[in-house]
Design a protein around this ligand. Sequence first.
Ligand SMILES: *Cc1c(COP(=O)(O)O)cnc(C)c1O
Length: 440
Amino acid sequence: MSNNWEDLVNFDKQHIWHPYTSLSHPTPVFPVKSASDVRLTLEDGRELIDGMSSWWAAIHGYNHPTLNAAIENQLKSMSHVMFGGLTHKPAVDLAKKLIDISHDDLQHVFFADSGSVAVEVAIKMALQYCSSLGQPQKQRLLTIKNGYHGDTFGAMAVCDPDNGMHHLFSNVLAQHLFAKSPDCRDQTTYDQAAIDDFEHLLKDNIGTIAAVIIEPLVQGAGGMRFYSSAYLKKVRELCDEHDVLLILDEIATGFGRTGTLFAYEQAQIAPDILCVGKALTGGYVSLAATLCSSKVADGIGGGQHPTLMHGPTFMANPLACAVANASLEVLLASPWQTSVQRIEKQLQSELAPCSQLSAVKEVRVKGAIGVIELHQPVDIDWIQPRFVELGVWVRPFSTLIYVMPPYIMTTADLSTLTSAMHQVACDIDTINDQPKAGGK
Ligand SMILES: *Cc1c(COP(=O)(O)O)cnc(C)c1O
């Protein structure tokens, strides 16, 4: 093969699956040569301002000198050793940090290799906990609609039953319980109807429910919906009242994205089990973790089967732990709260005009997350090249054009990003206004 990047794209198109794509109807992919700060450089030399942080992960931007140094230094001593029977400083340091920055109740850490696996482990913990307490019939989970918790079978079974992949796998997926999702608009109190639905499902199925699993305050890939901390607080109260574990999936929201280090802090609550991932390594390599309270760990440990039945080959990979340690140090030493607030204000003011457009259903902003929800799903074959043409990297899905930029993005770069979003929303209005002649 030649080194020509057009050959590269052609080979890719014929042989490689991308996330949620078809090999029979491939959508365009853009070859990236390098990435630095908040910019991606394409093989053809074009530079794009990155609005996605590579799916919530690259919070400090790309090619960060401190993160680079951490992984290079670790490489010199060891890149990997098995975690069965062995341990190492990068893992211990990272566990200490995670325990330190999360709620005091969370004292135990399981290192997983991806967010989905962290969710699988959280579910196993909850089920094993109940079985250790002599309640093996408690095997179901209660969650809310519009959630997203990953793509593996256990995680998929708690994703939104309608917009997820349930119908394809319905015969093999575990059957869980789905309450109405809380209304996005009310951010001060909570949606009573949603809480009533949740409470009914909880009460009616209490004998079979092991845990509640939910994304705190922001539902990510299941619809980019926001809900109030009052709702989350109520969920915690109901879990306590009915003695059910609460699993919080902070894989997307963790590490500052919503304005607090963890979103649950805004509801002044703590989970029994917490999943983190995505931004954990600052977007360098895949790593996730499941934390739990001593109540959960002791419960599992005190039962007939005290062994937590999970152990990935690359568990606690030292390179991943080392870069995660560096990422957390960089984050905590940075004025991340000020940055997130600044991004939030700017997203609010610069995306607000989009709500005037007829293609737009709603504009919403929370922390460093900006969402334009449209009435109609986007045409990805058109919209993706259009964003690239405008010099930004934004990856819409369904009816959602959204960004969650690296925290280090300057005001000027963020303006370029929001202008591009506004421009594209205007384009959609113009396209919709044209008489339809067989096109989309
Ligand atoms: C991305 C995500 C996951 C899955 O993480 P992967 O690393 O992609 O497996 C789970 N839960 C939430 C909330 C996520 O945003």
